[in-house]
Ligand binder design. Structure first.
Ligand SMILES: [Zn+2]
Length: 275
């Protein structure tokens, strides 16, 4: 199995009360980074996992009713923070990104998608179908901003569900089967249902042999996984399905407890800087 080099980027952040993401937490607002990930595969080149916020997100939420999205979760994005700017400073040109894998279609994950017009896309068909079953308000209510998706999305996309099924390592058996995205078993999409329709994480081995598990929004923080504490049911029901979300979180809690060698990374946790 090919090992994959990777890097984390914080492409803006939002703030909202901690009690919205963790049952019983304080009302005080805390910051939630919007993380995106660069994966470098020796044969298949550069891939991204999600894209964080960008100016496109700010444009898409400038007017009502979409402005409500920003009112609920105020977004902070400096001029230097869009993912394409940070990649450029690291010597990775926009054109050098061959593929963007999308965990799910929430605005803070596809905000920068339009900045990579030459990249192939990998996304869940269930996520796409869900988005297109909703009207403008229905989408917005679920954190979806269809304007962020490029017009040629369908010409560029491969569906995760169509990628060959692939067994997961024994420690992750509770998550079912993965999907082999690159055909060599090096990058597996792992179903993490509950947060949103068609929500997937990624599993791969880094150059040192450590298993890296990018779980997107299956948990809001590493602390929530360690403690097994979900968000309030109102929040998970608003975005997805509460019981399914809690089952997924429980699987993550058990994995973290029994197999601490697996590095599990949520997309909105501040601990990424310190580990
Ligand atoms: Zn989300």
């Amino acid at each position: 199995m090919h090992r994959i080099d990777w890097r984390i980027y914080e492409a803006g952040h939002c703030t909202h009360p901690e009690c919205a993401t963790r049952r019983g937490a304080a009302l005080a607002s805390i910051r939630y980074p919007a993380l995106a990930f660069l994966l470098q595969h020796r044969q298949q080149g550069n891939l991204l996992f999600d894209t964080g916020y960008s100016e496109h997100f700010l444009d898409a939420t400038r007017h009502l009713p979409e402005r409500l999205y920003r009112a609920v979760t105020p977004v902070h994005l400096t001029q230097e923070q869009p993912l394409r700017m940070q990649l450029g400073r690291d010597g990775v040109a926009t054109a050098a990104i061959g593929r963007v894998v999308i965990s799910h279609l929430h605005g803070d994950h596809v905000g920068g998608l339009r900045d990579f017009p030459g990249a192939a896309l990998t996304c869940s068909r269930a996520a796409w179908d869900d988005l297109h079953s909703r009207g403008r308000i229905g989408s917005l209510r679920r954190g979806l901003l269809p304007r962020l998706l490029p017009e040629d999305f369908l010409d560029r996309v491969s569906w995760i569900e169509d990628a060959p099924r692939h067994d997961l390592p024994a420690a992750l058996a509770g998550f079912g089967a993965g999907h082999d995205l690159l055909g060599d078993g090096s990058l597996l999409a792992v179903p993490l249902p509950g947060h949103a329709a068609g929500h997937y994480g990624l599993l791969f081995e880094d150059p040192s042999g450590t298993l890296i598990f990018l779980i997107a929004d299956a948990a809001w923080s590493s602390q929530a996984i360690r403690d097994g504490v979900p968000p309030p049911g109102l929040v998970t029901a608003w975005l997805g399905d509460t019981q399914t979300y809690r089952d997924t979180l429980q699987c993550l809690h058990e994995l973290a407890t029994t197999t601490p060698a697996v590095r599990i990374l949520p997309s909105h946790c501040n601990e990424w800087r310190s580990r």
